[in-house]
Design a protein around this ligand. Structure first.
Ligand code: BTN
Length: 266
């Protein structure tokens, strides 16, 4: 299938002054996050965008791989050199990426929700994931790379053996073939708005309102432990708030893996 994504088309579609002032497009690359980090280390400005039609070493959270075969998905990374560096909420970058992806999908008519912290679901199936990586110098934020991968066409959905969570593609959930560049423009527009306004309180409120499985029983596993409880919302630093059976409230953060109890054991 020919790639419907190319650098020229992207430059024409993405507005100037947004988050794509410098576009690096690759037919095939290892990982757009790795490339964006290299560019950032070499001094690339805020708003540098790396997009690839195919990734051969796409990375997900927790060391997992992210599948990006040619012509089927959306894989991109944006460099931010933010004056904002909220050390009190380091997961804010993941939240911005997930909120923006959700909004880009909403524009297409897909009722997207965020599975804390970084997955974007439609009808309980994962269509996108966010991998945000920050680099610090002397306790100041040097740059952040926000990497986003979206399953757009059916060929982008990994086979069942490699899945860690049920997945679907955007075409299927919206019932038509979606233009990848259009979706990219929608997500970048939303990311730009969130990043420009950057109010932690608003980000937290929107993130919490968008949470999948809120009020439902979930399993959470991480750091060698497991919990079961009702997902009641977020803590002040973007932690996951669980209400345990004994009535206690627990705040969890870090490398946690969440799934609804309905889906069976973790
Ligand atoms: C996850 O679901 O665990 C996060 C997946 C993030 C994948 C994107 S694709 C673009 C960017 N480049 C990468 O190597 N990873 C992110």
């Amino acid at each position: 299938m020919p790639s419907m994504l190319d650098g020229l088309q992207l430059r024409a579609l993405l507005p100037a002054g947004g988050l794509a002032d410098e576009v690096h497009f690759y037919e095939s690359i290892g990982s757009t996050n790795d490339r964006a980090k290299e560019l950032a280390e070499a001094g690339a400005p805020e708003g540098t965008l790396v997009v690839a039609d195919e990734q051969t070493a796409g990375r997900g959270r927790g060391g997992r791989t992210w599948f990006t075969p040619p012509g089927a998905g959306l894989a991109f990374s944006v460099v931010l050199r933010s004056q904002h560096h909220p050390s009190e909420m380091q997961s804010v970058w993941t939240a911005l990426g997930a909120l923006a992806t959700r909004e880009g999908l909403l524009e297409l008519g897909a009722a997207a929700e965020i599975k804390w912290p970084n997955d974007v679901l439609v009808d309980g199936r994962k269509v996108a994931g966010v991998l945000a990586e920050a680099a610090w110098r002397d306790e100041a934020l040097a740059y952040v790379v926000i990497g986003i991968g979206v399953n757009v066409h059916p060929g982008s959905v990994p086979g069942p053996k490699t899945l860690d969570y049920p997945a679907e593609c955007v075409d299927t959930v919206v019932g038509r073939r979606v233009d990848r560049a259009e979706l990219l423009a929608g997500i970048l527009g939303a990311l730009n708005r969130w990043h420009r306004s950057f109010r932690l309180g608003e980000i937290l409120t929107a993130w919490e309102a968008a949470l999948a499985f809120r009020g439902e029983e979930v399993h959470v596993e991480g750091e060698g432990r497991a919990w079961r409880g009702r997902l009641s919302g977020l803590g002040p630093r973007g932690e996951l708030r669980l209400r345990l059976e004994n009535g206690d409230s627990l705040l969890l953060q870090g490398a946690m893996h969440l799934r609804p109890v309905d889906s069976g054991p973790v």
